[in-house]
Every structure is written in C-alpha cells, then in structure tokens.
Design a protein around this ligand. Sequence first.
Ligand code: SAM
Length: 201
Amino acid sequence: MIRIDGNLVSPGPGGVYNERMAQGYRVWDPYRSKLSALSMLDPTIDLTADMRVLYLGAANGTTVSHVADYVDVVYAVEFAPRPLRDLLAVSEKRKNIVPIAGDATRPDRYAPFVEMVDLLYQDVAQPDQAGILIKHIPFLKAGGTAILMLKTRSVDIRQTPEAVFAETITRLTDSGLRVVTSCWLEPYHHDHAAIVCGVDP
Ligand code: SAM
C-alpha cells in the first residue's frame, strides 16, 4: 500500500467523505479506519490489484472505498438501513464495490451473490464475532487471509479484553484457521484487536 509523508493513502478517483488529499491521493486516517490502523502498526498488511474481498460490516463505505481503490472487487455486506444508503451511493461511483444488504450471521442468504475471495475482512460489533467469521471460512480461497477486527466489549463486557481476545484466538484456531499475527489497535482504537488468519492450501 502507498504511503506519503508517513500517511497511508489510497489512489482513488476523487474523495468520498471529505478526507484530506495528499499529492492527489486520498489520505486514509488510522483513527477513522481500523484497517488503516492495522496497516500503520503492521506494514506487512497489503492489498493488491488482483484481490477479491468479502467485507462484513461495511457501514457507510468509507473504509470499503479505500479498499476498493486497491483491489479488484469488494463484496460489502451491511444490514443497517441508514449506513446502507450511504454505501449504495459510494458503490454507484465505484463499480468494483458490490453492496449487499445482508445479515452477516446468515451468509447462506447472500452466498449466491459472492465469489470465493482472497481476503475476508470483518468489522461488526456483535457478541459472536468469532462465530460470524467462522461461518464465512467457506468463502475463502485456499491460501487466503481473514482479518477480524475484534471489539472485545461487544463480546462480553464482564470479561477483560485480554480474556475475550484469548478465547477468540482459541475458537479461530479450533475452526481450522491459522493465526498469522495479531495486535491491539492502540493508540488508534481502544479495546479493539486485529487478528489476521490464514487458511492453508
Ligand atoms: N468497517 C466500517 C468502516 O471502517 O468504515 C465500520 C463498521 S462499524 C464498526 C460496524 C458495522 O457493522 C455497522 O455499520 C453495523 O450496522 C454493521 N453490522 C453489525 N452487525 C451486522 C451484521 N450482523 N450483519 C451486517 N452488518 C452488521
């Protein structure tokens, strides 16, 4: 991914949400996007032009639009009507975003519209975040990558973030995923961890 003056940027055709521009590139703010934060903390995270991405929790499409600047196609799933409206507007301008009005707990309902993907990215504030990711493993190509942005407080407010994190790692590995790397998203996002997993060929 491209960096200019220490900022992560993306090469999109024009701005989407009044983001800053730098030398014609869209500045991708790590305080506003967990994927940008992860990339700042772990520069090995990459998006490439041949990638197909399944994105769960698209919201109003801000991070989705940056991802779409880099990859071939993004299948963007969102279930709340308000952000979905904005996501539709973003996808009208970027033809490689396929917006899907769907509930990520029920992938069977949108499976016919989604191809096998190289990257599965999940950012949903739900109690069963690990379970949702596991349900989507069948969409991942062998050798593909899954990134879970874990909001620990949404899983269980009574447990420490560290305990929720450890339990999530165990569930993911028990389901056949291989944890490649993980980190907390401090100082950009509090009580959020990123867990990057691989699916072996
Ligand atoms: N990833 C977005 C970004 O960086 O711009 C922010 C995502 S926001 C933290 C979480 C989103 O997930 C919300 O828009 C919410 O409506 C959506 N969401 C939560 N549960 C969902 C589900 N079961 N299916 C689809 N979307 C869901």
